[in-house]
Design a protein around this ligand. Sequence first.
Ligand code: FES
Length: 191
Amino acid sequence: MWRLALFGRLAASADPVLAAIAAKGVKELTYHRDYAAQWVIRLGDGTPLSHGKMQAALGAIWPLVDELFQADPVTAALPGVAADPAGLRAEVDTVLDAGPGAEVTVLLDGRSSTATIPAGTPVLDGAQRVRPDLPFACKGGVCGTCRARLVAGEVTMRRNYALEQEELDAGYILTCQSLPASDQITVDYDA
Ligand code: FES
């Protein structure tokens, strides 16, 4: 979760190599986070033994979580290139506090597809499982290729370096940066 949030920020890094590596990593990390989350739920809801072990593991690890969000001198010396760890906290907390997921419907080339995507997953990443033809390029909120119009529901956009205010006012979002903030959302790539 933390690493996915970090790579999401680094995808917009001023360093093009770092940004490219991070953008590629986002897709992989999204898969790993969702896979790991399923195991946590499965073991936590499983036998008394598995539940106890999961409880003990979380109890041991949780006190260390704050360290992930502490600034360090190297990161602070690279503004625009590195990502401030403190800036990741809100996103990670949002994912932890979120429900099980959202039902996302996408419209592209006149065809409608629906997917249930896990909490904290960007609309683009989640919907690509059912529509691999969805347009994207940077996945860092910079290029605008993933632009679509939000026609139902609500999202939280992590960052936006591509859309003008009038586009935002008209309901356009960057789907690579938009986390579902309601149980059901619909986005129209044809709009
Ligand atoms: S893919 Fe570039 S802004 Fe979303």
